[in-house]
Design a protein around this ligand. Structure first.
Ligand code: PLP
Length: 414
């Protein structure tokens, strides 16, 4: 089976030297992209250039390097704002990643808007990063958590969501794309449903959305969108929270320190303008530069072409794996309804053993609950083995995965 891809994968792979290596005597097949993606030379060089020529602290100095570093940092904010089609770069708050972005919004919107008896709607599809911060808020505020369930084929139960929305709903926070099932959620339709039935703040965990799909936060109609650079060919330790400006202005700061204040006196302080109010201390300047370079790189290739490529790989993988006896793939049956995430289950075997046997063949996948324990619980499991694709994966690698799974199955069930 041949993938009809819009991408020149061989040319792309030349940008990622890390992929060109031998593991256990076999060429590496890296299929753990939902956990973290690799970085092209262009991103690594942008970070090096910044440190070799331009580094200083930002927003503080009048000297040339401070000016250059500040310009690089703020230009990167503008670049990342464009990545999600934000109306204004001031709506991008730099964070350490999706987890910190979601903690920030849960803490601050929680303080501004959530009280005893209010309701926060999440789903059984959540990564723990979009669940634990809300549990902490519920414990602090006396609010109640409500959960949207999942259908057998890995979709959010939208009828149930509709029934949960009402005058007590303060927050609805959901994933754009599931890291454990691959499901792409109908986020616009959900936005319209929330608006028609409540005044809730609508938050999207975009960790698995922003790297793979063209995101337009204004068209989606959400209020916040959280994402990480390291899953979109950028560095670790940097990510962003996009938020509507009026809401960011209403929210109290998340952390205190240098650069987030307007004026400090003994007993109290006033805050800097948004987004600086949320960025205490020296930020990850090189990370911001790297995230912007990653956005440039991916845009140069084209997100639609990347998505099409991943869908083709997913279709091929699902076709080949369907021929393996006793193997189940969780999530939607159609590759069009999912990102390039394939959670595998071979009943009667351990997910960890399957991953270990694949590793011995040079194939890197992830086994476990993928920080989404409610998902594996929902399907009566404790773990799955997850393969996940990105722009640099090839058709040949999908065949290696299928062959590897067949070999592992025979070994595990013999
Ligand atoms: N949300 C989802 C859906 C994820 O897949 C992840 C990471 O795997 C996160 C949140 C957390 O992202 P980070 O670890 O970059 O903060």
């Amino acid at each position: 089976m041949q993938v009809a891809s819009a991408l020149d994968v061989n040319a792309i792979r030349r940008d990622f030297p890390i992929l060109d290596q031998i593991v256990d005597g076999k060429p590496l097949v890296y299929l753990d992209n939902a956990a973290s993606s690799h970085k092209p030379r262009q991103v690594i060089e942008a970070i090096s250039r910044y440190y070799l020529r331009d580094h200083a602290n930002v927003h503080r100095g009048v000297h040339e390097l401070a000016r250059r570093a500040t310009e690089a940092y703020e230009n990167s904010r503008t670049r990342v704002a464009r990545w999600v089609n934000a109306g204004d770069a001031h709506e991008i708050v730099w964070t350490r990643g999706t987890s910190e972005a979601l903690n920030l919004v849960a803490f601050s919107i929680g303080q501004a808007r959530v009280g005893p008896g209010d309701e926060i709607v999440l789903s059984e599809m959540e990564h723990h990063s979009n669940l634990v911060p809300w549990q902490l808020l519920a414990a602090r505020s006396g609010a109640r958590l409500r959960y949207v369930g999942l259908t057998d084929d890995g979709h959010l139960d939208l009828d149930q969501l509709e029934g949960l929305l009402g005058s007590r709903t303060r927050v609805v926070s959901l994933p754009h794309v599931s890291n454990a099932l691959g499901t792409i959620n109908p986020v616009r339709e959900i936005g319209a449903m929330i608006r028609s039935r409540s005044d809730a703040v609508y938050i999207l965990d975009g960790a698995q959305g922003a790297p793979h799909l063209a995101v337009d936060v204004r068209a989606v109609g959400c209020d916040f969108y959280a994402f990480s650079a390291h899953k979109m060919c950028g560095p670790t330790g940097i990510g962003a929270l996009w938020g509507r400006r009026a809401l960011l202005e209403e929210m109290p700061p998340y952390q205190g320190g240098g650069e987030m204040i307007e004026k400090v006196s003994r007993q109290s302080s006033t805050w800097a303008e948004v987004p600086h109010k949320f960025e205490a201390g020296t930020p990850n300047i090189a990370g911001a530069v790297g995230m912007a370079a990653a956005a440039d790189y991916l845009e140069g290739i084209g997100l639609d072409a990347i998505h099409e490529h991943e869908m083709a790989l997913t279709g091929t993988a699902m076709g080949l794996l369907a021929e393996v006896d006793g193997l189940r793939i969780l999530g939607p049956a159609s590759p069009e309804e999912r990102a390039g995430v394939i959670p595998l289950v071979i009943d009667g075997t351990s997910a960890q053993d399957l991953a270990t046997i694949l590793d011995a063949q040079g194939i890197a996948v992830r086994a476990g609950h993928h920080c989404a324990q409610l998902v594996v619980d929902r399907y009566g499991l404790s773990a799955t083995t997850r393969a996940s694709f990105y722009l640099y994966n090839s058709n040949e690698e999908v065949h290696r995965l299928a062959e590897g799974v067949r070999t592992a199955r025979e070994f595990l069930l013999s």
